[in-house]
Each structure stands twice: as structure tokens, then as C-alpha cells.
Ligand binder design. Structure first.
Ligand SMILES: [Zn+2]
Length: 457
């Protein structure tokens, strides 16, 4: 063996056992006791987790004339330091733009820059003949998922387009992932609030309440039922949308859903922070009433939600969020989180007894790997899988601060919060890329991961 990780507590979605992990080249080559290797990493008293997967990130995303703080180089270093070894971003094309051109463009931004492995969801921004023609070949090339939006100018789809695209994705075996918020309701509520002089960040939450999300989720779920397509609901925040998901499942539909740390740890109360600070928490769908925490945690524990991803989308507070000083509607939507997801989920989930170790690994690694065609190469610890591993110190205490984190942005939504447990050593395909919290890998070592498309085997 090239490497042996000795005496760690190896955790997968199926179980936990103390064993050695042997690595040959880029893959896991053996699991067992007393493995011999050229180099040894001692892991007694530590967990050994599969490299974590963040299935929803926005690196180097452009809106108008501004771009998010993290590009593929910086964002993936931050991901690695937080234990994430695969990220899934988006092609980011808008209506009328060529999907394949954008795929190539986004690959050009990632290849040679990404420090962890990556994949791209195809953004389906129109149902044009050109887009529809491209999908089968893209599916054969391993693009196993697509993103569709019910809101935002330039990417919002009409119901008829939804039906056309969901049917096309179904025929290709692609999983459609949907951002669900009713665009008309947002426009109506925003106009009303602004007309009443309500311009502060807190009104962002009132402009897109839970029902706005749940209505769009329910509608898209029914459209999916009409064309017999599976569906993945992105960033589910609230009881109302979870009820729509439950109803669809009761109708026999194949539905999956993710939530994000911001909906488990933050609430609409954060919009009431002094001055303009609430702008740091302007993201969509917005933060909700705290009562939803008690809905989302059990849903994760019981498997009603399959994935925790971040929707990492960092805008500078000082230079970009300030664009909305006079109107919440002009604050760029999004917040950082690519580096803090795993430590927060471990500390507050496993540490506080809300999630078993198995569910924690499932929602942060195995679940997204299975749904997005990465499993069993990624998302588990098994012979033949990529040697993406996180040696985790369950006792290390870290107080989160944007000053120490590697995310390239001037704030952290969890500033000052102390977490118990943190990644000590992170391996990407058999190479140590993080040691004692420091990135020791190299830019560009991340690769596009070949994916399997369901129904195309
Ligand atoms: Zn997003």
C-alpha cells in the first residue's frame, strides 16, 4: 500500500467500525486490520469519513456586472479545508445562450484551478430546439443532472417549458433539480413593500415568504407528475414545502430534497441585526421562522431530506451587498458556507444527538453521490472507491471567523460560533491536501468527475 490510515473509526452511511484503510494510487485498495504501507497516518481516536460532497455551490458566478468572491481556485481550497472533496456547480447559461458553449466555458474556469474534484449541473434556461437537441449527448457524456428555476430574470422557465424540459430530462435519465419560488408572487409582494417604504434587509424575508416557495414546489411537483419525471427540490427551507414533498411521495412520485446549513442554524431574526448587517443574510429562499428548525432536523434524521448542501454564493458585505442600501430588492442574493457545512453539521447534528453518524455521512456525502451519479466512486469508503477521505478530530474546538476561514469574502454568517470537531487531514484521490487545517495540496489537482446517468447503463 502507498498509504495506510491506521486505527481510525471508519464511518459510512451503512455502519461504523475501527479498521485500517489501505490506499494504492488514487483508490482505496483494502480495509482490514494490520495493513502495511509505505506511509502511515495514525488515526486512533479519530473518525475516518468519506470525502464530503457539496452538491450545490456557485463559484465564479456572475450577476450583471458583479462576480462572487470565490472562483474555482479559492472556493475549492475553502471546501477542502472544511472536509469537502467534491463540489457540484452549474453551467450558469441564461435563456438563449448555448448550453454546450457554457459547459466548455465553465470547464475552462475549473480545469487547472479546482483544488478538489468537481461536477457541473446543466442549467436549463430555455426549452429551445437547440437545448433539447443537446441533452441526449450530454447525458451520454455523464451529465447526470440539470437545474431549473421558477424565478430570476434570464433563467426563469414557464410551466410549458417545465413540462418540455422535465420530459426531456426523464428520457435522458437526468435528475432535474429545481429552485422553487413563485416569481409573480415575489414581484407583487416586493412592489407592495417598496411602495410602503419598506426598504431594509428584513423585508427580503417578507417579499418571499414560505408560501411563495411551497406554491412553486407544489406546482412543479404536479408538473413532474404529469410527465412522470423524478424531481429534486433544491434548498427546502420550511414545513410548507416539506408537506408538498410528502404529498407528492404519497401520490407515488420519486422526489428528493436538500436543505442547507443556513436553514438549520439561522433564522429570520438575523435580518433584524443592527444597521445594514441583515444584508449578510439576504439569500433565497430567505431564512425562516426558527420553528422550522424543529421540522428540518427530524426530516434529515428520518430520511425525508436526502442532502445537505450549501448554496455557497459569497458576495462581499462591504462592496457588493451595499448595493442594496436603499432597497432590499437590490441586495445580491447569497451567502458563504462551503467551508463550514461539515463542521456545523457534525457539531450540531452528531454532537447534539440530532443525527446519527450514519445519517450525517449520508446527507453530506453518500446521498448526493447516489443521486448525482458519483456513487460508488465517491461518497463511501469501499475497496475501489476514490481515496477521498477525511480524518476528523471529534474533540477539536474551533470558533468560526471569516478571518481564519479560506472563503474569499469579508464575513461569515456563523461568526463567533464555536464548533466541536473539525477535519484534521483530508485526502483527495490518495493525496493529502489538508493537514491540521492548512491546505497543503495544489491548485488544479481537482478533476471533473465522470458520472453515471441512471437509465443509460
Ligand atoms: Zn443556488
Amino acid at each position: 500500500m502507498d498509504w495506510v490510515i491506521k486505527n481510525g473509526t471508519v464511518v459510512t452511511a451503512e455502519g461504523t467500525r475501527i479498521t485500517d484503510v489501505g490506499i494504492q494510487g488514487e483508490r482505496i485498495a483494502a480495509l482490514g486490520s494490520d495493513l502495511q504501507g509505505n506511509r502511515v497516518i495514525e488515526a486512533a481516536g479519530h473518525y475516518v469519513f468519506p470525502g464530503f460532497i457539496d452538491a450545490h455551490v456557485h463559484l465564479q458566478m456572475v450577476i450583471g456586472d458583479i462576480v462572487t468572491g470565490d472562483d474555482f481556485a479559492t472556493g475549492t481550497v475553502a471546501a477542502a479545508c472544511g472536509g469537502t472533496t467534491t463540489v457540484i456547480d452549474f453551467t450558469d447559461n441564461c435563456r438563449g445562450q448555448d448550453l454546450v458553449e457554457w459547459l466548455d466555458k465553465r470547464r475552462g474556469q475549473a480545469d487547472g484551478y479546482a483544488a478538489v474534484d468537481y461536477a457541473l449541473h446543466l442549467t436549463l434556461a430555455d426549452a429551445s430546439p437547440n437545448t433539447l437537441r443537446q441533452l441526449p449527448a450530454l447525458a451520454r457524456a455523464g451529465y447526470a443532472s440539470a437545474k431549473l428555476y421558477t424565478t430570476y430574470d434570464g433563467i426563469r422557465l414557464e410551466d410549458r417549458e417545465f413540462l418540455t424540459l422535465l420530459a426531456a430530462a426523464r428520457d435522458c435519465g437526468m435528475l432535474p433539480m429545481v429552485h422553487t419560488e413563485n416569481d409573480h408572487a415575489i414581484a407583487y409582494l416586493t412592489a407592495q413593500l417598496l411602495a410602503q417604504g419598506h426598504t431594509a434587509p428584513r423585508y427580503h424575508a417578507q417579499s418571499r415568504p414560505a408560501l411563495v416557495e411551497a406554491e412553486a414546489a407544489n406546482r412543479v411537483l404536479i408538473l413532474a407528475q404529469l410527465v412522470n419525471s423524478p424531481l429534486y427540490i433544491a434548498h427546502l427551507t420550511c414545513r410548507e414545502t416539506l408537506e408538498a414533498v410528502r404529498a407528492a411521495r404519497q401520490r407515488g412520485q420519486q422526489v428528493y430534497a436538500e436543505t442547507c446549513p443556513q436553514y438549520l442554524f439561522l433564522s429570520q431574526d438575523d435580518y433584524d441585526r443592527p444597521g445594514f448587517e441583515g444584508a449578510k443574510f439576504v439569500l433565497s429562499p430567505p431564512l425562516r421562522d426558527k420553528a422550522n428548525w424543529d421540522v428540518l432536523w427530524p426530516a434529515l434524521a428520518q430520511g425525508e431530506l436526502q442532502v445537505v448542501s450549501t448554496d455557497h454564493c459569497p458576495w462581499s458585505y462591504e462592496t457588493q451587498k451595499v448595493r442594496g442600501r436603499d432597497s432590499f430588492a437590490r441586495i445580491p442574493n447569497g451567502a458563504p458556507g462551503i467551508e463550514t457545512r461539515v463542521p456545523l453539521l457534525f457539531s450540531e447534528g452528531v454532537g447534539k444527538g440530532r443525527l446519527s453518524l450514519q445519517r450525517f455521512v449520508d446527507v453530506c456525502a453518500t446521498g448526493p453521490a447516489r443521486l448525482f451519479g458519483l456513487y460508488p466512486r465517491k461518497g463511501t469508503i469501499a475497496v475501489g472507491s476514490d481515496a477521498d477521505l477525511v480524518i476528523y478530530d471529534p474533540h477539536k474546538e474551533v470558533t468560526l471567523s471569516y478571518r481564519d476561514l479560506h472563503q474569499r469574502v469579508d464575513y461569515c454568517p456563523y461568526e463567533g460560533r464555536t464548533v466541536q470537531g473539525y477535519p484534521r487531514t483530508v485526502l483527495l484521490r490518495g493525496q493529502v491536501i489538508v493537514e491540521d487545517g492548512q491546505f497543503v495540496g495544489r491548485t488544479g489537482q481537482g478533476r471533473l468527475v465522470p458520472r453515471q446517468v441512471k437509465g443509460l447503463q
